[in-house]
Design a binder for this molecule. Structure first.
Ligand code: BGP
Length: 466
């Protein structure tokens, strides 16, 4: 095998504050929208309750208690040989309501300690500023991101974290899976024109906030590298009917390129007009917004990749999907217990297509398999299905790099078991490290390495050669 991966390739894992920290109301932290989400399952959707429902269970409140156990967890990541850990800052830990002027010192201290702990092991932090967790107060008082005022609050929050963590953090991502807002629109329910209007306006505000963050981050430290983060789903036409082929192209434009184009090229693409006109969307975009978008383009393109999907204009007999999308079943692929397609070739396709379009460094910042794990009597966990999943996706990256793609990082999702974002479940496990925590909230929280832990350690040690 050729030496494909660069010597400084960032192998590692990824987690997010709301899905692992817990300590939701500790040390001055305010509630975020993730704290208002009840537990769900594959078939029962999570609910958002602005008032806590005493009969419901809120899995993010305690999560895996990373807030108190991060030293133990980071030591395990270091044992695997991680070069990087992707994690996110909880906005409401820094600004409990989101619109304050003065930050919560204890929140800042927590992240400073955390980043120093990573540095102790030479693990490069890759920090997401927003990962699905807008402070709840901003939703209640301002109605969330469809209100332009949120840009100003986010600017302030971003400026705070860039200033505070200067020298400790170099790699940043602005909004996690920013394209989700429009990707699933109209797929799971009949969306009305006002839903489209709200979603596109919401997204416009996040684009502007992201561009501001890029500008602020560069101004505070010219060493900072700041990326966008797109939910990457490779889609194919389900048939050779030209209508399906066209529908698939439109799917790429709406779901994938729309956000990447604005964040990498700094302006709305030509097809944006068609997307808006289809639903009579009239956006409030100021002259200054257009200047800011141009000046705040990202340094790198990062994305999550779990699966591919099939697009068709014909009737779908057997719909499958996950992660904000759904489509027809692909008879050439295997599916996970949660209906996510296993498609490493789709990762190679995505990497090559996106690199060609944007010509800037890429990072795969989420990839992984959510699966049921069984703990054997002796405490071991034999997750060969997870090893197979990773092996094939790493081989796909290897091919793309050999074909010229500048891929600089791979951080697998949920390197330690954590709360699922989509379902709120614990039993949908992604980790190399098992956490003894269950869907009803019980468990000792004990951490145990799975077989994949030792396998990934070997991958990193050999820089992807083995
Ligand atoms: C992405 C999110 C993550 C993560 C992952 C897996 O959408 O960025 O937060 O959770 O998907 O999804 P799930 O947790 O629903 O299995």
């Amino acid at each position: 095998m050729k030496k494909t991966f660069k010597p400084n390739f960032l192998w590692g894992g990824a987690i997010a504050a709301n899905q692992c920290e817990g300590a939701w109301n500790v040390d001055g932290r305010g509630a975020s929208v993730a704290d208002a989400m009840t537990a769900g399952t594959k078939d029962i959707p999570r609910r958002i309750t602005l008032e806590l429902d005493p009969d419901a269970y809120y899995p993010n409140h305690e999560a895996i208690d990373f807030y108190h156990r991060y030293k133990e967890d980071i030591a395990l990541f270091a044992e695997m040989g991680f070069k990087s850990l992707r994690l996110s800052i909880s906005w409401s830990r820094i600004y409990p309501n989101g619109d304050e002027l003065v930050p919560n010192e204890k929140g800042l201290q927590f992240y400073e300690d955390l980043f120093k702990e990573l540095r102790k092991y030479n693990i490069e932090p890759l920090v997401t500023i927003w990962h699905f967790d807008t402070p709840l107060y901003l939703i209640e008082k301002y109605g969330g991101w469809s209100n332009r005022k949120l840009i100003k609050f986010f600017d302030h929050y971003a400026r705070t974290v860039f200033t505070e963590f200067k020298g400790l953090v170099k790699y940043w991502l602005t909004f996690n899976e920013i394209n989700n807002t429009i990707m699933g629109l109209g797929l799971f329910y009949e969306a009305k024109e006002e839903d489209y209007q709200r979603a596109y306006q919401h997204l416009h505000h996040q684009f502007v906030a992201s561009a501001h963050a890029v500008k602020i981050g560069h101004e505070i430290d010219s060493e900072n590298k700041i990326g966008c983060m797109i939910c990457g789903i490779t889609s194919y036409p389900a048939t050779c009917d030209p209508k399906d082929v066209l529908a698939n192209r439109y799917q790429w434009e709406k779901s994938i390129f729309y956000c990447g184009d604005v964040q990498c090229f700094g302006k709305y693409p030509t097809y944006a007009k068609r997307l808006w006109d289809e639903h009579n969307v009239k956006l409030d975009i100021t002259e200054q917004d257009l200047i800011d978008l141009k000046e705040g383009t990202v340094d790198m393109y990062t994305f999550s990749y779990y699966m591919s999907s099939l697009i068709t204009t014909h009737e779908i007999a057997d719909a499958v999907g996950g992660n904000f999308t759904t489509g027809a079943r692909n008879e050439y692929l295997q599916y996970s217990d949660w209906g996510w397609a296993f498609d490493p070739d789709g990762l190679q396709y995505y990497l090559e297509m996106i690199y060609d379009r944007y010509q800037r460094p890429l990072m795969v910042v989420e990839n992984g398999l959510g699966a049921f794990d069984t703990v054997e009597e002796d405490g071991t966990i034999h997750d060969d299905y997870r090893i197979d999943y990773y092996r094939d996706h790493i081989l796909a990256m290897d091919k793309a790099i050999n074909n010229g793609v500048d891929l600089i990082a791979y951080t697998t999702w949920g390197c330690i078991d954590l709360v699922s974002a989509g379902t709120g479940e614990m039993r949908k496990r992604y980790g190399f490290i098992y956490v003894d925590k269950h869907d009803d909230g019980t468990g000792t929280m004990k951490r145990s390495p799975k077989d994949s832990f030792y396998w990934y350690q070997k991958v990193i040690q050999s820089n992807g050669q083995d």
